[in-house]
Ligand binder design. Structure first.
Ligand code: BG6
Length: 371
């Protein structure tokens, strides 16, 4: 088995390790700053940037903290927006990515020169003793183990779980959710490792058909709404960097404003659509229109969702058993779903790369630092 596939199947155990990782805010010496934080800024690249985009929804919806996610390579020389009440989080699985380190370094230097800066900085990395450790105030090391494959899979999942745990702790301290809601979310999170295992198993029946269907495809669109937009972007990155398939992720709604012109009979499109998620009906409406132009639609959705089963040509089943609880307009199911919806996309990218005969552990033009 190649490293990428091995890493994908390690994820149930990695998820469990992430849940067991001691993550008290107190040992991080963040407790003094928690009440002062008014907003968050996340800085990252690639898959880590997508983890930041997922976390933005969590920080805003669960901990009520406005969050900006910035591609490190696009970071402005002087950031005029972050007030002294901002908290910066640098995410890098390797801890070596120069675009990320450059920003962390300039922030640290600005602080030492007394320029207006964030309260404090946190690095989330899978590496130990990386350059990122040098330039941030606090570090959380994700317990994903070395990820030999170039494409991030288990480290992405680990970043998500650690970020969600951080959000839940912030929400507890800031009292932005009821204790009952937080208890249920924590309870639902504890079931995630077994759901990851089940979801991975569930894909094995459909994968050969899907990989064959996309074998000669030159383009593919991935759609998600709300929190799933980040997973559509991450899935597109996996297809590009592993299977060299030109894939683009969009929010389902914005795809209708221009890119829909790309659709012609047989155009492959992957849509993540979970019932009870925000504006689910709108996504279905969008997909019906896309389907009417002849697209081949692959749905990532529960196998019991007959609406999507009828509408789509193929289904990648995602069967979340999390309790449905109303917290503003979201549900626990929707908040936790990115931990599962990314899985079929990882497996699909690997399967296409495999039948195309590519070396998925070492895609062309890409390198990876292993700490
Ligand atoms: C890119 C890789 O070079 O770096 C991506 O191709 C990766 O797969 C990105 O997500 C960011 O890496 P890191 O180590 O900073 O998370």
């Amino acid at each position: 088995m190649d490293h990428m596939l091995h890493n994908i199947w390690e994820q149930p155990a990695i998820a469990q390790a992430c849940l067991e990782l001691p993550l008290d805010l107190n040992p991080l010496h963040l407790e003094d700053t928690i009440q002062q934080i008014q907003h968050i800024q996340i800085i990252a690249c690639g898959s880590s940037y997508h983890a930041g985009l997922v976390a933005k929804t969590w920080f805003e919806a669960i901990a009520h903290l406005p969050t900006q996610v910035q591609e490190a390579s696009e970071y402005p020389a002087i950031d005029p927006f972050l007030t002294p009440q901002g908290f910066r989080i640098f995410i890098s699985q390797s801890g070596f990515t120069s675009d990320v380190i450059t920003v962390a370094q300039s922030v640290k230097k600005a602080t030492s020169q007394g320029l207006p800066n964030s309260i404090s900085t946190l690095g989330i990395t899978n590496g130990s003793q990386t350059p990122l450790h040098t330039w941030v105030d606090h570090i959380i090391q994700t317990p994903a183990g070395t990820e030999q494959a170039i494409a991030a899979t288990k480290t992405f999942l680990a970043q998500l779980i650690i970020l969600l745990r951080l959000v839940l702790q912030l929400a507890t301290q800031r009292q932005t959710q009821s204790q009952q809601t937080l208890d249920r979310l924590n309870q639902a999170l504890s079931a995630v490792p077994s759901q990851i295992e089940q979801t991975l198993q569930q894909q094995t029946a459909i994968l050969p058909t899907l990989a064959q269907r996309l074998l000669h495809a030159e383009h593919c669109i991935l759609l998600g709404r709300g929190i799933q937009r980040a997973i559509a972007l991450e899935g597109a990155l996996k297809l590009k960097e592993t299977a060299y398939l030109h894939a683009e992720g969009y929010s389902a709604g914005d795809f209708m404003h221009g890119p829909i012109a790309l659709i012609e009979p047989g155009f492959p499109l992957i849509a993540i659509a979970l019932p009870n998620s925000l504006n689910y009906n709108k996504t279905i409406e969008n997909l019906r229109r896309i389907k009417s132009y002849g697209a081949t639609v692959i749905g990532i959705t529960p196998s019991t969702n007959l609406e999507m089963v009828d509408l789509c040509d193929h289904i990648c089943p995602i069967d979340l058993n999390t309790p449905s609880l109303d917290c503003s307009s979201h549900t626990a199911t929707e908040w936790l779903s990115p931990l599962l919806t990314v899985l079929p996309l990882q497996l699909l990218a690997h399967a296409i790369a495999q039948i195309r005969g590519y070396t998925m552990d070492q895609p062309r033009h890409l390198t990876k630092f292993l700490a």
